[in-house]
Ligand binder design. Structure first.
Ligand code: TYC
Length: 102
């Protein structure tokens, strides 16, 4: 349980850390062509944001070039990126979404 008795009879403690799964940031990138309302729709639909939240984050991406739109486990992040990329492609917008380890 982390306590060990050495030969001299002294108890030493080994630190045991809880395993946390690595988390991944999902990033949305700005471009000059994707309509603002389309980006707002994506943030509402795939990231569960209110219209006001979605509009605020969209403006951050527009002004700063990118923003973190959520942090998830690898599988969930991968799915979000695929959903956004597929939805944008089907509507012929060049919107880019990517993920990176936190
Ligand atoms: N820059 C785009 C425009 O002016 C809007 C935009 C915002 C595009 C965020 C992509 O991730 C994005 N229509």
């Amino acid at each position: 349980d982390g306590d060990h008795e050495g030969d001299a009879g002294l108890a030493t403690k080994t630190k045991t850390r809880t395993q946390r799964p690595p988390m991944y940031k999902v990033l949305l990138l700005n471009d000059d062509y994707t309509p603002m309302e389309f980006v707002v729709h994506i943030l509402e639909r795939f990231f569960g944001m209110s219209h006001a939240q979605a509009f605020e984050i969209m403006l951050t991406v527009h002004k700063k070039g990118l923003a973190v739109v959520g942090v998830y486990s690898f599988e969930v992040a991968e799915t979000k990126v695929a959903q956004v990329m597929d939805f944008a492609r089907r509507h012929q917008h060049p919107l880019q979404c990517t993920m990176e380890k936190e």
